[in-house]
Design a protein around this ligand. Sequence first.
Ligand SMILES: *[C@@H]1O[C@H](CO)[C@@H](O)[C@H](O)[C@H]1NC(C)=O
Ligand SMILES: *[C@@H]1O[C@H](CO)[C@@H](O)[C@H](O)[C@H]1NC(C)=O
Ligand SMILES: *[C@@H]1O[C@H](CO)[C@@H](O)[C@H](O)[C@H]1NC(C)=O
Length: 303
Amino acid sequence: MTQISHKNKVMNNLKSIFLCGIILLQSLQTSFAAVVSTGDFNNDFFVTWSPSHVNTSADGRSRSLKLDQESGSAFASNDMFLFGQIDMPIKLVPGHSAGTVLAFYLTSDQPNRDEIDFEFLGNVSDQPYILQTNIYADGFDNREERIYLWFDPTKDFHTYSILWNLHQIVFMVDFVPIRTYRNHADKGVAYPRWQPMGIKISLWDGSSWATRGGKDKVDWSKGPFIASFANYTIDACVWKGNARFCRADSSSNWWNKEEFSSLTWKQRRWFKWVRKYHLIYDYCQDNKRFQNNLPKECYLSKY
Ligand SMILES: *[C@@H]1O[C@H](CO)[C@@H](O)[C@H](O)[C@H]1NC(C)=O
Ligand SMILES: *[C@@H]1O[C@H](CO)[C@@H](O)[C@H](O)[C@H]1NC(C)=O
Ligand SMILES: *[C@@H]1O[C@H](CO)[C@@H](O)[C@H](O)[C@H]1NC(C)=O
């Protein structure tokens, strides 16, 4: 009898500790995350180009885009965002992908547009993809950087992320920072910080420039060309016409907090590794192109 009631008491205590834990976890989660995506491509995105070339799994959690002689394809987010982080796992077109371009980007779609671009430039079989990144601020770009990836991006899904906050933009590959663009607006450098941006993904024919400067074109006999996406996360401030709300350093806008205002020491080490071993082009090192008059941000800190 006493043993049973003791046992019950212990069980009840355990139960309440367990419940407290859950409540604590939930409140922690709500204070550190503002995930606004459902994980279902059908809910968060709409097809903007050639629905017949877009294939979404029954549960909505994965999607593919196809490029063939008839058409490329694309989709875009229903919402616009002002700051946050987007993580998009992608498996690129395998095999002979020369001439193809897969673009994953944020854009404000305005004449003076802001844009943050990942562009994956395909290649002939067994030759490496190039990952090109670019930034438009207030309508101006010419900020290309190019790297080779340190893995085969066609074998598995890898996560490509954009962190965008009041202080910096960080491009990440499997959470390794490959590029930063700091907010040096106080020093006269344009920085995307007022226009909300939508997420876009497209697969298209870039034969005229993508691979070895246009030397290797799309070989349609090797098609169709298919890239896949799955299990993305959008943790961002949904644009509802109120910039102040999104610019606030609040508990739901975790990305605006001090700790995300610059790369951590650990991230800096990875960043240096990428730039030492994998960088192939940096506009800030292209004196010829800019006639020794590099853009202002090239002389300013990346951290
Ligand atoms: C769509 O994707 C499924 C797997 O997710 C695949 O079995 C099917 O063949 C694909 N359909 C087309 C038209 O590509
Ligand atoms: C394609 O492969 C060639 C040869 O290895 C390389 O020079 C080039 O950078 C690669 N990527 C692209 C997109 O041209
Ligand atoms: C996406 O997540 C689901 C559920 O966790 C998992 O079963 C599936 O394998 C994942 N897909 C990819 C491509 O990572």
